[in-house]
Design a protein around this ligand. Structure first.
Ligand code: ZN
Length: 135
């Protein structure tokens, strides 16, 4: 264990992965619409099957550090029964997802073996929402 302090400048952006099952897909759709109405984020497409390290159907919400402080407490209050992984994006996707993320709702399994330990840190993407409501 290194004693080096990691500065938050390591973080290029954030993801929230919203997981759902057949039974909870409507709740996930409801949440997705409410997020889009309130936050300047990039809503990723629906993955109705397991993809990459994710052990369930999910969609991704990508956002900048400026959005984090508002969307996380909002998701805490509004996730319903959904599990959500919020993680930073640095140069180490494996660590980002497995070690440094936080769960809202029940944690799920992440397949660490498919995640690289080195990658270009992902900057926040162009938002595709037009929020017009307060969180
Ligand atoms: Zn992610």
């Amino acid at each position: 264990m290194t004693s080096d302090v990691r500065p938050i400048s390591e973080i290029s952006s954030y993801h929230a992965h919203v997981y759902y099952e057949h039974r909870t897909r409507d709740a996930a759709a409801w949440l997705r619409e409410r997020i889009g109405e309130r936050f300047l984020v990039t809503l990723g497409r629906w993955h109705d099957a397991e993809v990459g390290p994710h052990s369930g159907s999910m969609y991704q919400v990508a956002f900048s550090a400026a959005v984090l402080a508002q969307i996380v407490p909002w998701l805490m209050l509004n996730h319903r029964e959904l599990s959500i992984l919020v993680h930073p994006n640095t140069v180490n996707p494996r660590r980002d997802h497995i070690v440094d993320g936080m769960w809202i709702g029940l944690p799920l399994t992440i397949r660490s073996e498919v995640l690289p330990e080195h990658a270009d840190a992902e900057d926040a993407m162009e938002p595709n929402t037009s929020p017009d409501r307060d969180p």
